[in-house]
Write a protein that binds this ligand. Sequence first.
Ligand code: ADP
Ligand code: DP6
Ligand code: CO
Length: 356
Amino acid sequence: MADKVYRASTTAPVNIAVVKYWGKRDPKLNLPTNSSLSVTLSQADLRTLTTASCSASYPSSEGDSLLLNGEQSDVAGARTQACFRELRARRRALEDADASLPKLSTMPVRLVSENNFPTAAGLASSAAGFAALVRAIANLYELPASPSELSLIARQGSGSACRSLFGGYVAWRMGDAADGSDSMADQVAEASHWPDMRALILVVSAAKKGVSSTSGMQQTVATSGLFQERIAKVVPQNMAAMEKAIAERDFASFAEVTMRDSNSFHATCADTYPPIFYMNDVSRAAIRAVEQINAAAGRTVAAYTFDAGPNAVIYYLEKDTESVVGTLYHVLGGEVGGWKSTVVQGLKPSMSLDEG
Ligand code: ADP
Ligand code: DP6
Ligand code: CO
């Protein structure tokens, strides 16, 4: 019995924000300066797969560990530690209430995780990664935790991860409690509400970004004047307009807000001192190509957005696949290394822990 290995696996999807999170009001609790809204992409195409195991036979001198994409990765960081602490405390409460349960909370945890898309390149690996980490350990510990509760924990690992616990269209409400107890995600609409939505991922570079999201946003908060305008005025307007566009399945509005918000976020990066540039020449060529496609169609059929990296995500509707994907491929075929078109993931908030 003493060498029994307990194990649980899960996958988690990537989400790409259409109103971006950028800025922390409390870096320790990982609380944001603004609310944000994202679309969860299908984990049939982009996903993290994480297995968590624990055993009394794992030497306690080794402590907890994470093998990420085949390499030993640091778990000593305060944010990973916060996730472990929250999950262990909940397991310990179960063990205290029922003495017959094995004392998993006292055993070292080994995590083995793999992303099937570029890590730390602006395609939300920290979002899928921490959502999977938290859910894998919650499954291992057999915690009766809801997606909202897991969202609250995943937020402490990486802010954007709180949104990857839900499918469809997802908002992270910034909250106002000092302890962060109201800063988590909720589902704005299920994937089936707007089933013809598509996302095209253009891998411009799979290289690790020069400035991590965590560090970039803290530099922006500390030095950008434009950022103050963004959190006070631009984001609240964009959140309201985006929720309305989704409710009404109004693609032209969805697209305009998406592109404006991406531009606003990258403008605050340029206004950071010293400036931060996540987009490159190919990213800018993708923006121009989307503008050409929309002009040629005489209506808005495509929307670009860029996270903290050069890789583009293009939202469009299924019926416009040929003009959008066809034209982008024609214009950028020689410069973009990887193309993947995908759909919106349909995880439901009520789903059981390791489905989807
Ligand atoms: P991205 O744009 O990919 O989200 P970030 O700078 O936000 O880039 O975060 C990248 C970091 O997220 C990685 O260096 C790693 O620490 C963490 N991360 C990525 N994937 C995983 C994973 N599968 N499990 C745990 N942590 C991960
Ligand atoms: C540009 O969630 O990666 O992708 O909380 O420091 O881990 P940390 O940051 P992270 O930031 C994501 C920034 C963004 C926009 C977004 O996803 O909303
Ligand atoms: Co990230």
